[in-house]
Design a binder for this molecule. Structure first.
Ligand SMILES: NC(=O)c1ccc[n+]([C@@H]2O[C@H](COP(=O)([O-])OP(=O)(O)OC[C@H]3O[C@@H](n4cnc5c(N)ncnc54)[C@H](OP(=O)(O)O)[C@@H]3O)[C@@H](O)[C@H]2O)c1
Length: 244
């Protein structure tokens, strides 16, 4: 059997644009081998080309987080290429349609947000876990949002985005799932945390965010590079822990 590479192997979902692209660029700049996950072949190829032109060691991973077969194929691709996975960044996310007020929301809008932002994370994480378990220091980062903080949502006067029964609660759900994974994996070397990138200018919000996608990527990179013994089951942004 070939000896496994000492180069750190990472996978970032939804890495063809926005914050995910910058996470891939940032991890690539550390000399890591980075799998660029994207669901569209053309967008994947374009992102891989651009990241390589910037000097990053990246490889394309066709990956739709809502599709079992696609996720299984992505795990096989990484297994064949690297034999293991050190870092998984679950970044892919959607907001869903604009109409998200609880009293009028189309249930499909809720289903779509949960399918991608929560079930997609579970699907990808569980498919990658056998590969992550082969790493000495596995890290899982779930890109969440402070809009999922029930503390902030219920604090009068705090600005936490539009009233929503879909996107914001999907991030609350994701945070809860992150805690449950951390509990189950507490006797392993896997550290799993949720991160909030802040309000970044991306397609997700019509580029209205006030931070750059690169700034948003910083928390994911920090959680992806936590030392052994670091926190697990937490929720962090650039300023430290975010209230649940
Ligand atoms: N921007 C912000 O202010 C902000 C704030 C808090 C949290 N976040 C979170 O940060 C993460 C990245 O968001 P962003 O702002 O960078 O948004 P973005 O520019 O819209 O990028 C989202 C990425 O997810 C991908 N994606 C969506 N559905 C997918 C699926 N089913 N399978 C695979 N990939 C899929 C998109 O691919 P396509 O190009 O194919 O659509 C795209 O690559 C999300 O989880 C988001 O909730 C963002």
């Amino acid at each position: 059997m070939e000896p496994m590479s000492e180069q750190t192997i990472a996978l970032v979902t939804g890495a063809n644009k926005g914050i995910g692209y910058e996470i891939a660029a940032g991890l690539g700049a550390r000399g890591w081998s980075v799998g660029v996950g994207a669901r569209d072949a053309g967008r994947l190829e374009a992102a891989v080309g651009k990241l390589r032109a910037g000097g990053a060691d990246v490889f394309g991973v066709p990956l739709d987080v809502t599709d079992d077969a696609s996720v299984a194929a992505a795990a096989r691709l990484i297994e064949n290429r690297a034999g293991r996975l050190d870092v998984l960044v679950n970044n892919a996310g959607v907001t869903g349609s604009r109409q998200q007020a609880p009293t009028t929301v189309d249930p499909e809008t809720v289903r779509t947000a949960v399918e991608t932002n929560v079930i997609g994370v579970i699907r990808v994480t569980n498919a990658m876990l056998p590969l992550l378990r082969r790493s000495a220091s596995p890290r899982i980062v779930n890109m969440s949002s402070s809009v999922g903080s029930l503390t902030l949502q219920s604090t009068p006067g705090t600005e936490v985005g539009p009233i929503s029964a879909a996107y914001a609660p999907s991030k609350t759900f994701l945070n809860a799932v992150t805690v449950q994974y951390a509990k189950e994996l507490s006797d392993t070397s896997i550290l799993i945390n949720a991160g909030c990138p802040g309000y970044c200018a991306t397609d997700l919000n019509g580029f209205r965010g006030t931070r750059t996608p690169e700034q948003g990527a910083a928390i994911a990179i920090r959680l992806a590079t936590l030392p052994d013994g670091g926190p697990s089951g937490g929720f962090f942004d650039d300023n430290g822990p975010v209230a649940w």
